[in-house]
Design a protein around this ligand. Structure first.
Ligand code: FES
Length: 111
């Protein structure tokens, strides 16, 4: 069973977390199931960027993002080469290290 290592995030998981995941479920679903409440303003329909995460390890093992996801990611706060929308990126048979960005676009616009 692959493991998802979440790096510490001040509000969402201050101590970080190591979670068991099933192949095929999304990174977001694994987080939510374990009480890490990553924002998902569009209810996982690839229409916002609030579920943005950076995959620090294992990024290259993931299925490539599609055009729609890439278009949305362009608008994300703190975009990095290993950025993904966690509601779209599915777990594969490989451990991942996930970094949740400090802000989302929603929070930035609220100041
Ligand atoms: S929840 Fe909106 S794109 Fe993932």
């Amino acid at each position: 069973m692959p493991q998802l290592v979440f790096l510490p995030h001040k509000e969402l998981c201050p101590d970080g977390a190591v979670l068991e995941a099933e192949v095929g479920e999304t990174i977001l679903d694994v987080a939510l199931r374990n009480g890490i409440n990553i924002e998902h303003a569009c209810e996982k329909s690839c229409a916002c960027t609030t579920c943005h995460v950076v995959v620090r390890e294992g990024f290259n093992k993931l299925e490539e993002s599609d055009e729609l996801e890439d278009d949305m990611l362009d608008k994300a706060w703190g975009l990095e080469p290993e950025s993904r929308l966690s509601c779209q990126a599915k777990v594969v048979d490989c451990d991942l290290v996930i970094d949740i960005p400090k802000y989302t676009v929603n929070m930035v616009s609220e100041g």
